[in-house]
Design a protein around this ligand. Structure first.
Ligand code: SF4
Length: 385
């Protein structure tokens, strides 16, 4: 196989890794296969600093000795496997970056020869790119299940972001998806090491003088898990292990795997999980406050912030002129920027109506049912209540 055919074979399944994706559905950024055959492998991406780039997402090898039930690359599945050696891939990628086709890379791998060997191959590739070929752009490196602590630390010295996929929220659920992965020893432990290294070693040991951010991914809906289980684990990762972001890849059945007849997870569930996870990470919500149904699922028809407000603020609206920042951010339509604007303006004048709120860039119609304006509900609310 020539290099480009191999790259296509290795990267075409990577839309199941939503990390950094700009488009919700992971659609490739460019589709200029006639004029530029390589461009189809590149995804739109938003970096941790907000910059948009063209990101090549690929595996180093699609050979795998594990048999995860949901995965297209599982051992024994009949398809043509492909592999790059570290030097080959590093040179190909740097050539693509010099041509302006890709600006960064998300590099993962199947498991061939054990987690330690597979991680070594990823590290070698990144080392060649950084130190032999002088690539200074964005690298997201996958940490393989079973990697050693010293390998995790080395990855953190080479990459802008590192990740290891938990796949499921706990050991029981993982056993339904990937019976040979060990939740605590192989998957959670590296995330703990990352946090420990960031907290105990100076950032100038990291790439570009700072430690990389860390993320993880769950296969949402693959193991019959509830949203409560996923978000409880997510909350722990955000608040105890310094995780930058949890990604939820909606389960999608792959032919010729044990889960091929399981229905796909609706995209709306993925959307609600992201909304709820941001409430935990950015808005000061606790897991117990989220509006779960009795079976631990989030309502699909309403976003979780609105559902929480309908239960808690409809009868007890917040005074927009007195509430603290954190309380304001719990109101639908008010985010961090909106709360800041409210705090700033009310030092000068009282906010008396929706029009004043609208001028601050707040989604005022959405917020108003849950607010008091100088002791009064907004005028239009007589219609709503
Ligand atoms: S270890 Fe990774 S590549 Fe291999 S079967 Fe499991 S999920 Fe797929």
């Amino acid at each position: 196989m020539d290099d480009i055919v191999r790259l296509k074979a290795l990267s075409e399944q990577m839309s199941f890794e939503p990390a950094e994706d700009h488009s919700q559905d992971g659609t490739p950024y460019l589709d200029q296969t006639e004029s530029c055959p390589e461009a189809v492998f590149v995804h739109p991406a938003v970096l941790p600093n907000g910059k948009k780039i063209k990101l090549l997402k690929t595996l180093l090898t699609s050979a795998c000795e594990r048999d995860c039930y949901y995965c297209a690359f599982r051992a024994g599945r009949d398809f043509r496997r492909a592999t790059f050696q570290p030097e080959e891939f590093a040179r190909l990628f740097v050539m693509l970056s010099q041509k302006g086709i890709a600006e960064g890379v998300f590099l993962s791998s199947g498991m061939a020869g054990g987690g330690i060997h597979s991680e070594d191959q990823l590290l070698k590739t990144a080392e060649i790119m950084r130190h032999k070929l002088g690539f200074k752009g964005y690298i997201h490196l996958k940490i393989m299940p079973g990697a050693e602590r010293s390998q995790v630390e080395r990855a953190m010295q080479l990459a802008d972001r590192v990740s290891i996929n938990l796949e499921a929220p706990n050991n029981d659920r993982l056993s339904k998806l990937a019976p040979h992965k060990q939740f605590t020893a192989e998957l959670l432990q590296p995330l703990k090491w990352i946090d420990e290294i960031r907290k105990t070693q100076p950032p100038d040991k990291g790439w570009n003088g700072r430690w990389p951010s860390s993320v993880t991914q769950f296969v949402a809906g693959g193991s019959g898990e509830s949203d409560l289980e996923l978000l409880t684990t997510t909350d722990y990762l955000y608040h105890h292990l310094g995780l930058r972001r949890a990604y939820y890849s909606p389960f999608s059945p792959v032919p010729d795997t044990p889960l091929e007849n399981q229905p796909p997870t609706p995209v709306i569930r993925e959307h609600r999980l992201y909304q709820a996870s941001f409430l935990l990470r950015d808005y000061g919500f606790d897991v117990e406050e989220l509006p779960f149904e009795a079976d631990g699922r989030l309502p699909l028809q309403t976003d979780p912030k609105l559902a929480w407000a309908q239960r808690n603020l409809s009868e007890n609206p917040i005074e927009v002129n007195l509430a603290e920042r954190q309380a304001l951010m719990r109101v639908p339509g008010i985010g961090a920027k909106g709360a800041e604007s409210i705090l700033r303006i009310r030092r000068q004048v009282k906010i008396r109506d929706i029009a004043a709120l609208r001028k601050l860039g707040v989604l005022s119609e959405r917020a108003a049912p849950f607010l008091l304006f100088d002791g009064h509900r907004a005028a239009f609310q007589s219609i709503l209540f």
